[in-house]
Design a protein around this ligand. Structure first.
Ligand code: ARG
Length: 496
């Protein structure tokens, strides 16, 4: 048995096999090179499990303390960088078990009472997701703050709003920037939901059907800061919806950034000339000495495709997967990590690019001088004087045609010029067609008049405050907090 016994070397489950695993298969099925990211989270989940085993009397005090000390020591070395996850092991869970066994001997095996890698990986991944989502929320928060302060400087910086990428109606730059702000602010809500949905403990489900040991799943969940315990052990090991949801939020968030980034690319072009990138964020060309390329913005745009790919890979992996655990689920990690990394990188690059962007106020304003952007306002003014909107639309269309022929803007026409179109048109009406006046008259809720945008800014500040408050309320999992406070094994971890 000794020659072919698989537990020598890497496998934890070698006993029932007569010959060793093909190294090529181990290499193919191994996940250590990417799930090593979960090492802290898996050790923390192990601490909670061991503590619960002690409290329920499933483990004897001496053994439990040995396990807790061993795990805490590994955690400290991992955090200081003196211990690195590396070796011939199948995955990070196997690596932790082997390393712990090397340190404390057979007592390490006690940690696996009433626990399988199937519920173990779920617990570690959920802890990881909650931590990463919180970090993403903090980056999002600083971007929202940057955006908000930029918006507040441009309440009367007038520019065309676009539909079909054609000049449509006058808005302020503040109003335009706030449109992007709100899309991202909703992502903050989605991150909070993803954090909540990841807060369901799978620990105690074992391989799939629970255990005969008298465990306390709610205690383990509480030690890990999970507000809920999964109500079904099969689902506990099969569920990756929180992974898909997190990847979705990342994809949507990066997609939102890509829409802003595309405007940076357009607006910093000479054709638009609406904005300029500072030297610290523009990049040159290796061949054309004059270039100032918006490369970070282009890459934010480009990386949105990648985040969508990560989400697609996850959904495709989950589709049709029978309950409960299947090895396919191991394929959840790389796309999840990539989606989170991509979101983090794009948020940081967006914040930097946004801070390095200065707007050309004159150029934005002069874009309103061509394009008849107040034609709708002419129609609306005629409606105010009793004309039905369809007829008013027709009359305003005729006015635009006339103005175009004359090579003038609507507000440059005299009432006399327009009298043939409608006798209702007077000098006051023509004056109201200046873009500033027209924008200021749009006072409906959420519209661009400066007083409405001022209210919008107040709402935006309140929303930012709520996100900041939520972030501040979150803390590390209680058992990890106890470890961080160095009350570790001495009292917090082992006193029943
Ligand atoms: N490495 C696996 C994963 O990431 C965890 C182990 C699952 N259990 C098993 N029997 N292979 O999902």
């Amino acid at each position: 048995m000794s020659e072919g016994h698989r537990s020598e070397g890497t496998a934890l489950w070698g006993a029932r096999f007569a010959s060793p695993l093909d190294p090529a298969i181990l290499e193919f099925t191994g996940s250590l090179h990417f799930d090593c990211r979960l090492v802290r989270h898996d050790i923390v989940a192990g601490l909670a499990h061991a503590r619960m085993l002690l409290e329920t009397g499933i483990l004897e005090r001496a053994e439990a303390e040995t396990v807790l000390h061993g795990l805490a020591g590994m955690l400290a070395e991992i955090e200081s960088g003196s211990l690195r996850v590396d070796g011939p092991d199948e995955d990070v869970h196997t690596w932790i078990e082997r390393t712990l066994t090397e340190r404390i001997g057979p007592a390490a095996g006690r940690l696996h009472t009433a626990r399988s890698r199937n519920d173990q990986v779920g617990a570690a991944l959920r802890l990881y997701v909650r931590e990463a989502v919180l970090a993403t929320s903090s980056s999002l928060l600083s971007l929202l703050e940057t955006w908000l302060s930029q918006s507040s400087e441009h309440l009367t910086t007038w520019m065309p709003g676009y539909t079909h990428l054609q000049r449509a109606q006058p808005v302020s730059l503040a109003h335009h920037l706030l449109a992007h702000f709100w899309a991202l602010e909703a992502d903050g809500d989605r991150l909070r939901a993803a954090h909540r949905h990841a807060g369901v403990s799978p620990l105690g489900a074992g391989a799939l059907a629970g255990t005969r040991h008298p465990i306390d799943l709610h205690r383990t969940a509480a030690l890990l800061g999970f507000p809920k315990v999964c109500p079904n052990t099969l689902l506990a090991v099969a569920d990756r919806d929180y992974v898909a949801e997190t990847a979705f939020v990342c994809a949507l968030l990066v997609l939102h950034l890509s829409r802003w980034a595309e405007e940076v690319v357009l607006w910093t072009s000479r054709e638009f000339g609406f904005a300029r990138l500072s030297d610290s964020v523009a990049q040159g060309s290796s061949l054309m000495p004059q270039k100032r390329n918006p490369e970070a913005a282009e890459l934010i745009r480009g990386k949105s495709g990648r985040a969508i790919g990560d989400l697609t890979a996850l959904l495709a992996m989950l589709k049709g997967l029978p309950f409960a655990y299947n090895s396919d689920l191991q394929e959840d990690k790389e796309p999840l990590f990539d989606a989170l990394d991509t979101a983090a990188g794009c948020l940081e690059a967006t914040r930097g690019t946004a801070a390095g962007l200065t707007f050309n106020v004159g150029r934005l304003r002069s874009a309103l001088d061509a394009g008849f952007v107040t034609a709708t306002d002419l129609a609306d003014l005629l409606v105010e004087r009793g004309t039905p909107f369809r007829e008013a639309h027709r009359l305003a269309g005729l006015a635009v045609r006339q103005a175009e022929e004359d090579g003038r803007e609507l507000w440059e026409m005299s009432p006399g010029d327009l009298a043939a179109i409608s006798s209702e048109i007077d000098a006051e009406m023509v004056g109201a067609l200046r873009p500033e006046s027209a924008a200021a008259a749009r006072r409906s809720y959420g519209a661009p008049s400066p007083e409405r945008v001022r209210e919008q800014l107040e709402e935006a500040k309140a929303a930012v405050g709520r996100l900041a408050e939520w972030i501040a309320e979150q803390g590390p999992p209680p058992i990890y907090a106890a470890y961080l406070e160095r009350r570790l094994v001495a009292e917090e971890l082992t006193s029943a």
